[in-house]
Design a protein around this ligand. Structure first.
Ligand SMILES: N[C@@H](CCC(=O)N[C@@H](CS)C(=O)NCC(=O)O)C(=O)O
Length: 203
């Protein structure tokens, strides 16, 4: 039985779940909810509204079991269907580092990203404030240091759920700043990111 995933591609948390689902090896039945046209407020989205008081994507429906919050969904996919323990290590310290990075993403990194994109997308701001840009730059420098410490990954010396959560933020920023040449240097060594770009770029 396929798992239904309500998603919207530009949303980093949705892309994180798509990456994790692929790595875990589950088939996701994708149901698009266009946030730009307010699909999540329409009657068609009633099912999700009923089960997700936040009315957000991603939302997973696994045979009636409903889950929202991308990092909880990623962990659930791993716990329920994962075969490759390295994605979310069982060693307490290795897992703690993955959890730390996931929490760093949820509590800090994505918020700095939102500080830049939200005013433009939702509040018709014509530009991003200098303060928001500065905050994003500073947190990217912190992330850059973590990637360097881990030899090209976000948490530990191999690919984990933390990379899937963080990659969509970095790739979104990279697209925005592709020509500025101001990207933190170690992002160039972010191994999964490079692989993903090679696999997905068409030009
Ligand atoms: N912490 C949540 C964030 C979910 C979230 O805010 N999703 C946004 C898209 S990025 C959304 O659905 N927004 C619709 C709305 O707020 O009306 C997660 O990681 O899944």
């Amino acid at each position: 039985m396929p798992l239904d995933l309500y998603y919207f591609l530009p949303s980093p948390p949705c892309r994180a779940v798509l990456l994790a689902g692929k790595a875990v090896g589950v088939r996701l039945n994708l149901l698009e909810v266009c946030l730009l046209t307010g699909d999540n407020k329409t009657p068609e989205f009633r099912e999700v509204r009923r089960v997700n008081p936040l009315q957000t994507v991603p939302t997973l429906n696994d045979d009636g079991f409903i889950l929202y919050e991308s990092r909880a969904i990623m962990r659930y996919l791993f716990n329920a269907y994962g075969k490759d323990d390295s994605l979310y290590p069982t060693d307490p310290r290795a897992r703690a580092i993955v959890d730390q990075r996931l929490d760093f993403d949820a509590g800090t990194l994505i918020e700095k990203w939102r500080g830049c994109v939200r005013p433009v997308i939702h509040w018709n701001a014509k530009s991003i404030s200098d303060d928001a840009k500065k905050q994003l730059k500073e947190i990217f420098q912190v992330l850059d240091g973590l990637i360097e410490e881990c030899g090209g990954y976000c948490a530990g010396d191999h690919l984990t759920l933390a990379d899937f959560s963080i990659i969509p933020i970095v790739s979104g920023a990279e697209v925005s700043h592709r020509r500025s040449g101001k990207f933190p240097p170690n992002f160039a060594g972010f191994k999964f990111f490079i692989a993903m770009r090679k696999g997905t770029r068409t030009r």
